[in-house]
Design a protein around this ligand. Structure first.
Ligand SMILES: Cc1cc2nc3c(=O)[nH]c(=O)nc-3n(C[C@H](O)[C@H](O)[C@H](O)COP(=O)(O)O)c2cc1C
Length: 159
């Protein structure tokens, strides 16, 4: 079983949005190969409208170019990207997304896919921002059980 197949099997019922893409990071890629139902709910689109698209379809005026450049660099060097982006739903409403994107490696270390765990967060009001994470609170439940399982299976980071 590949990491892709394993995640797809676990992702279906997860509360966190999950997408898996191919590794073509320059336009027209990356192409979304899989999205779970929670991702469809997050972006308010049918899964059939998401599969085959690039994740750029969620971007808009307030999506920070600087953060996208950091994201691109992480993808190009096969590193994890964990950050926050303003994205847009099908109806044009914007939301703040926490994005945890990692390469999926084959046994020989080659990157076969990227997987991203995405959830909406709300800006905290009046809190000192020690780190980016402290600035936001979750709107939905956590993905710790799923990411914990996957981390234990060592498919995220190739040792
Ligand atoms: C698995 C995966 C998930 C992604 N999810 C998002 C997302 O939710 N929102 C977003 O704005 N960009 C997302 N991206 C990033 C864009 O696809 C793209 O890589 C980014 O815009 C930087 O590349 P660019 O400089 O060519 O635009 C994702 C990328 C990957 C590989």
């Amino acid at each position: 079983m590949t990491a892709f197949e394993l995640i797809r099997a676990l992702a279906h019922d997860a509360n966190v949005g999950i997408i898996i893409t191919d590794v073509m990071i320059d336009p027209p890629g990356p192409t979304i190969l899989y999205a779970n139902p929670a991702f469809g709910r997050l972006v308010k689109r049918d899964l059939s409208d998401i599969i085959g698209q690039s994740p750029r379809f969620m971007q808009g005026k307030e999506t920070r170019r600087e953060t996208l450049d950091t994201f691109h660099r992480a993808l190009a060097t096969g590193e994890r990207f964990h950050g926050y982006l303003t994205n847009y739903r099908a109806d044009g409403t914007k939301y703040r997304a926490e994005i945890d994107c990692r390469p999926l490696c084959a046994a020989d270390g080659r990157i076969e896919n990227f997987v991203s765990f995405e959830r909406e967060v709300l800006r905290r009001i009046g809190r000192p921002a020690i780190s980016a994470a402290g600035r936001y609170e979750l709107t939905a439940s956590s993905n710790d059980a799923l990411t914990g399982t996957l981390r234990n299976l060592a498919i995220f980071e190739h040792a």
